[in-house]
Design a protein around this ligand. Structure first.
Ligand SMILES: [Zn+2]
Length: 422
């Protein structure tokens, strides 16, 4: 039955949080592992989800709905005039293994809802809106990631097509069987001169908004990250025969270094986080004084300067501890991503909209990476966070329908305000 059939009940407002949640649940049925939410990029479940999203896009009044070269689904809501610029809204519909149903999907569905509300009100704006359901954000299946949003930003690396998954299937092959026109990557790029920017709604994936009692948060930017590892070489020995005073224990040195990393994280208050997430003890045994240890290092901050200074301090602390304990230590930072600050005017417009909904305006950085970060230096970008519970990347991830409704309402109001200010 057509939802708009004469005489039927009035259309539920597309911005209703309950309506969006029912779609999230419907989308969650597209999983490669029954009983859990597992939708790695370019899998059969992803294909079903892409088809469902395409259907909702068309229903919402989006035209030219198609799959792009990277497997994203893109639809367009035309402007009220010719030669108008375009505002891009979106997020991703691939997930991690045993994921929650909100991460990524929520941003796509709120964007579709905002456009559907425009259509329902018969409103066209002085700019076109493109909604995109990116295909590759989580980076679980292949080594490279964010290929969809990178293609849009014009920084797609063709080498990522050669990446292979655990079954030896290349991204190129996966894209072909997904039905993506893989030879048309160039078409994915949006000309920054014709684009107003990129706006993404996403669950917070952290506890800050919940602690502040705020349903929505204005993202100040996406934190930059330094990632690497620390290697310590001491001297292995027999735990019974090696006197304490003669030891060069790599593990106790690592313990002290790990505490130094934590202390350095605390030193910058809320501005920086520093984490040791892995610890490897070579040839570990109950009766061996550890001779070789390696641990990971992950430092993130919205300020690149602060992060670089923290890494330098950690290097100095590691060297200090190593010298005092008579072990050798090296710090190797193999992965460095600069911070992506959100665009001032877009961010402030979003703050005004949230204020207009009589909600507290909480500003916070994103410690996690998002599609939005690839637009750094390419085009203006902003993000709106939705309060979430139980962290993320697990089935207990949760956002309340009322908060989701507020996010959709905020995004809708943001579109109207953007038109107003043009
Ligand atoms: Zn996400």
């Amino acid at each position: 039955m057509s939802r708009s059939a004469p005489g039927s009940a009035p259309l539920p407002s597309p911005l209703d949080g309950e309506v969006i949640v029912s779609r999230l649940k419907e989308l969650a049925a597209c999983t490669d592992v029954p009983g859990e939410m597992t939708r790695l990029t370019l899998t059969p479940a992803h294909k079903r989800a892409a088809a469902q999203v395409s259907f909702w896009m068309r229903e919402a009044g989006l035209a030219q709905v198609h799959m792009d070269a990277t497997g994203s689904i893109v639809g367009r809501y035309a402007a009220d005039r010719a030669n108008a610029k375009t505002l891009v809204l979106g997020s991703h519909i691939d997930t991690v293994r045993n994921a929650g149903i909100y991460d990524g999907n929520l941003g796509v569905l709120t964007a579709i809802a905002a456009v559907e509300a425009l259509k329902q009100q018969g409103i066209r704006l002085p700019f076109a809106i493109e909604v995109t359901a990116f295909a590759d954000e989580e980076g679980v299946r292949f080594l490279s990631t964010l290929t969809s949003s990178k293609a849009m930003a014009g920084i797609f690396d063709p080498k990522s097509l050669e990446d292979v998954d655990a079954h030896g299937i290349s991204r190129m092959e996966a894209l072909r069987s997904f039905g993506a026109p893989v030879d048309r990557v160039a078409d994915c790029r949006r000309d920054p001169a014709e684009t107003l920017g990129y706006v993404e709604v996403h669950i917070e994936q952290g506890p800050v908004l919940e602690a502040a009692g705020a349903p929505l948060g204005i993202v100040t930017g996406i934190a930059g990250a330094s990632r690497g590892h620390v290697r310590i070489r001491g001297e292995a020995g027999h735990s019974g025969t090696l006197p304490m005073a003669m030891r060069h224990d790599a593990l106790t040195a690592a313990a002290e270094m790990i505490l130094a990393v934590e202390a350095r994280g605390h030193a910058d208050g809320k501005e920086l986080v520093a984490t040791v997430g892995t610890l490897l003890i070579a040839g570990s045994a109950v009766n061996v004084v550890p001779g070789e240890v390696q641990f990971s290092l992950d430092v993130r901050a919205l300020s690149d300067e602060l992060r670089i200074r923290a890494v330098a301090d950690i290097r100095a602390a590691v060297a200090d501890i190593a010298e005092r304990r008579g072990v050798k230590a090296s710090v190797d930072i193999g992965h460095e991503v600069p911070a992506a600050p959100c665009h001032g005017p877009l961010k402030e417009r979003m703050a005004k909209v949230v204020e207009g909904l009589q909600l507290p305006v909480v500003r916070l950085p994103s410690g996690a990476g998002h599609d939005a970060m690839v637009f750094r230096g390419v085009m203006p970008m902003a993000m709106l966070f939705v309060r979430s519970e139980n962290g993320s990347h697990n089935p207990r991830e949760y956002a309340a329908p009322a908060d989701i409704g507020l996010a959709a309402e905020a995004l809708y109001a943001f579109l109207l305000k953007t038109a107003e200010e043009m």
